[in-house]
Design a binder for this molecule. Structure first.
Ligand code: BG6
Ligand code: MG
Length: 211
């Protein structure tokens, strides 16, 4: 039996549009150009690193640490307002069934996400009882492509890294999985990345791959 570690944003739930709207609101306030192409670079990347990527286009005077903290808080406050509009219907039937079946097959399931909002989101969409461990932005010091978030998930589960499978939509997440010595399954955007060990269209395919 395998331990299967799921990324959250872009794999189990589709919060990218909310990240985009919230960063866009902050960027507009600061007069910084920001679009969906730049938003794609934020996939799997921590809140702090996301801010730095957006600030590459900032032409004002250098910002203090306090100003950066305030900008991240401004973004996150609005992001959380948007997250509150999510509910159980925001997890697809396919995803719900796949998680249930994988558990019945005896696999251990965990979350490996850079997001500090992970536990809030899991509760909001009512899948917080489906996982044996949650490793997220609150328990790491290095974000993807560093393997820390997945290594911590394996440690929480008491599993060896080589018995873990990571399911990811971000290139940075696939790199992180491989750096940890884990099997990397790409879904969504990550299916165009040649470092994936497997590529899937639906989470239900996991129940066949790791029977
Ligand atoms: C990842 C997202 O899951 O979490 C990134 O893919 C995001 O886009 C990161 O920046 C951090 O999220 P949060 O919720 O802690 O701001
Ligand atoms: Mg993701």
């Amino acid at each position: 039996m395998k331990a299967i570690i799921f990324d959250l944003d872009g794999v189990l739930v589709f919060t990218d549009k909310f990240h985009y709207q919230a960063w866009k609101k902050m960027a507009d306030k600061m007069g910084i150009y920001f679009d969906e192409v730049i938003n794609n670079r934020l996939r799997g990347v921590s809140r702090r690193e996301s801010l730095e990527i957006i600030l590459e286009r900032y032409e004002g005077a250098p910002l203090s640490e306090k100003e950066k903290e305030d900008l991240m808080e401004y973004k996150n406050d609005y992001y959380k307002e948007l997250l509150k509009t999510m509910g159980p219907d925001d997890v697809t039937e396919d995803t719900r069934n796949a998680l249930k079946l994988l558990r019945e097959q005896g696999h251990k399931l965990a979350i490996g996400s850079s997001s500090k909002n992970t536990k809030f989101i899991l509760k909001q969409v009512a899948i917080d009882d489906m996982f044996d461990a949650v490793s997220d932005g609150t328990n790491i010091t290095h974000s993807k492509p560093d393997p820390e978030v997945f290594e911590k998930a394996a440690q929480f589960l008491g599993e060896s890294y080589d018995n873990c499978v990571v399911v990811e939509d971000a290139y940075a997440g696939i790199d992180a999985a491989k750096a940890a010595g884990m099997t990397a399954v790409g879904i969504g955007d990550a299916t165009s990345y040649d470092k994936c060990d497997y590529k899937i269209k639906s989470l239900m395919e996991l129940t066949e791959l790791f029977k």
